[in-house]
Design a binder for this molecule. Structure first.
Ligand code: SF4
Length: 395
């Protein structure tokens, strides 16, 4: 959509296709906090890979330019063998034009990463790993029902570093029973490992998860908001002091190591979403595939893509620009907002954001509206407050 402040945004309609997201809907077991789409039965992986390949062939005409990023997300993509991953990468190259050096990311869980597997991943073309560490403390990992332990997490990162340069790790904060000292230790371990990218998310209580059930029964209690915010502020301070750029609310990268895939998504570039529950965007419409492995495979076999399409209204575009822009370090470009949606949307945003600017939660810098360090932690809540524009559209 190009409403975010960035030199990479072209303020014109024709945007080249930037990425392909492939959803691998299998996990070894269900983490207690997770509501992503996955199955814990891995006996249909071959059939799923065949279906993903088929969907890639169905979608080949949808590319609007060369593919810059390929992202294996999930689920747990590291449950695929390197040969299965290779089949999918080869299919992308067979169906699409791909830039010379695409970023090819694989989300991997520490328990899957062995030196042999890592070597095979490198050989099939994976050049960026996103490792689901979440914590280095066994008590947190076991409460979250993760497969790995802290020792395995460190080992996996060290092994990965022998072959890969571009590595990200995921860390969760604000998890139940995590003290401030636990969190400090987690970050110290992460910093010692010296990976070039860290994604760190506050735990959220999602519907229909085991954690939600435990909390509602009083078996587990959540940290209060002030403790979670303190952990976030510590995260931002310690990582920025260590030389990471805080370029999106949850994302920290050393110079040259931002996720190209995620940045393209945040900058409103089109991408193809392949696989059950995968979301995609074609520049005007968002779509998502059915979140059911059996239905997905059956429809694909019948030559149909089981997807729901939603054309973005002007209100959707405004809301997305605010939601993404306030999370990103580059903010919302007021000029682009005015050019693309109209002056009344800029005026509305200026009026509505004034109270947040006065409270020191938002700021305007070079005509871009951004969250301040104080506002960053509640950026999603501020964005939600700024969404309320239905009356404006009907006026
Ligand atoms: S957090 Fe990741 S590994 Fe755990 S269940 Fe969700 S998708 Fe699977």
């Amino acid at each position: 959509m190009g409403i975010l402040c960035s030199k990479r945004i072209a303020p014109h309609k024709k945007i080249s296709m930037s990425g392909i997201y492939l959803h691998i809907p299998f996990c070894r077991k269900a983490c207690h906090y997770c509501n992503f789409h996955f199955s814990t039965s891995g006996n249909k992986i071959n059939e799923m890979v065949a279906s993903l390949k088929k969907e890639l062939t169905f979608r080949k005409s949808e590319a609007q330019g060369p593919i810059e990023t390929i992202y294996f997300g999930g689920g747990t993509p590291s449950m695929l063998t390197a040969s299965q991953i290779n089949l999918l990468i080869e299919e992308v190259y067979a169906q699409f034009s791909v830039v010379t050096l695409p970023e090819i990311t694989l989300e991997a869980n520490p328990d899957d990463l062995t030196p042999t597997y890592l070597k095979a991943l490198k050989e099939v073309g994976i050049n960026r790993l996103s490792i689901g560490v979440q914590s280095f403390h066994d008590k947190e990992l076991s409460l979250m029902n993760r497969v790995h332990n802290g020792k395995k997490a460190v080992q996996a990162v060290v092994w990965a570093q022998e072959l890969f340069d571009n590595i990200s790790i995921d860390l969760l904060f604000g998890t139940p029973h995590t003290t401030f000292a636990d969190w400090q230790e987690n970050l110290e371990t992460a910093l010692k490992l010296d990976v070039p990218h860290i994604s760190s998310y506050a735990l959220t209580l999602e519907p229909k998860t085991a954690l939600k059930h435990f909390v509602s029964k009083g078996i587990v209690s959540l940290l209060d908001d002030a403790e979670v915010e303190a952990q976030f502020l510590y995260l931002v301070n310690s990582l920025t002091q260590a030389g990471y750029q805080h370029y999106e609310l949850s994302s920290f990268g050393k110079p040259g190591y931002r996720s190209l895939n995620n940045t393209a998504y945040w900058q409103g570039k089109p991408y193809l979403g392949i696989g059950p529950s995968a979301h995609g965007f074609d520049g005007e419409n968002r779509y998502w595939n059915v979140s059911n492995n059996a239905v997905y495979m059956k429809k694909i076999t019948a030559g149909e893509i089981p997807q729901t399409i939603e054309k973005l209204s002007i209100i959707d575009k405004f809301n997305e620009a605010i939601m993404i822009g306030l999370r990103a370090s580059w903010g919302v470009s007021m000029l682009q907002l005015e050019k693309q949606l109209g002056a009344r949307y800029r005026n509305h945003l200026e009026q509505q954001s004034a109270r947040f600017i006065q409270a020191g939660l938002l700021q305007i810098e070079e005509d871009c509206l951004k969250a301040t360090p104080k506002g960053a932690f509640i950026a999603d809540g501020i964005a939600a407050d700024l969404f309320l524009i239905d009356l404006l559209e009907k006026a």
